[in-house]
Design a protein around this ligand. Sequence first.
Ligand code: IPM
Ligand code: MN
Length: 355
Amino acid sequence: MKIVLLPGDGIGPEVIAEARKVLVRTGEKFGHHFEFESCPIGGNAIDDFGDPLPPQTITACKSADAILLGAVGGPKWDDPNAKTRPEAGLLKIRKELELFANLRPISTYEFLLDSSPLRRDIVAGTDILFVRELTGGIYFGESGLRQEGDQEVAWSTMTYSTSEIERVVRIAAEAARGRRKKLTMVDKANVLEASRLWRRVTARVMKEEFPDIEYDVVLVDAMAMHLISRPTAFDVVVTENLFGDILTDEGSMLPGSMGMLPSASIGSDGPGLFEPIHGSAPDIAGKGIANPLATILAAAMMLRYSLKLETEAAAIEAAVDKVLEAGHRTGDLARGGEKSIGTTEMGDLVVAALG
Ligand code: IPM
Ligand code: MN
């Protein structure tokens, strides 16, 4: 099986190296051969090729079975007047591979509950699967800038078609079938025409194809509130691109650390792209202290969704649980007085826990 690694910028290469170790050990243990190819993306690709997503990276990704990404971006490439940005590489790979559904599971670990900024009694038991639409909406709609007298006027448009909504709703509803059979669709239908289309299409798909799934709608502003006041009320949440971007950052705080959360971007066929939710964390890059667990868990999601290796995925997740239960913590998870370990130590512990 061919896996393309996109280490990217900042802590990306450090956390990808640990996930790779874990995959190699998983392959040995279960008798699979993973072939790895590393390709440039993001800021380093701008430096070396003048392009955040060089053509050779696209070609390699298209012929891969799955893709594992670290993170892109950093202050070095933040100049607002720059011709291109690292993030453009990420948006382009999503579009090129039609990765229209972004799955972001947010669940809590009992032994990390006290690392959450919210009270234990509020977050305990949270288990949400966010399904964020990833290749449409305001991220990809018509946009522009024009001069009107002495004023600059800029616009960005949120555009959705029936089929773009249907396909992501189906993925979310299917996922709900394998969980607690509840789907919440988040929109802003009291204001936005695009949201009113989401509401009509989702209601029809749910009624015709998923009558067994409990379905409700919540406005995005209210959702921002419910997410931190009663997070255990939700099972699967489906929403458009920008709302999903914002709500999943908010949701990522529930379990205590962003350093634990993986995500999967998938399309109808072709390779999926798997990555940690966190960014490139330039402030700690190169220090060897980043938490590699989100990327290791993203590798587990990759085995599950793209390579159909459920047992192997579960083995990685169990190994991560075991290491955390034994009390090992990277700096982001350690609380006052607790000893913390580095990135490679954490990776080695997961490899050892795999047996
Ligand atoms: C994410 C990120 C990206 C997004 C950025 C880096 C373009 O925030 O994956 O959530 O907005 O989609
Ligand atoms: Mn984001």
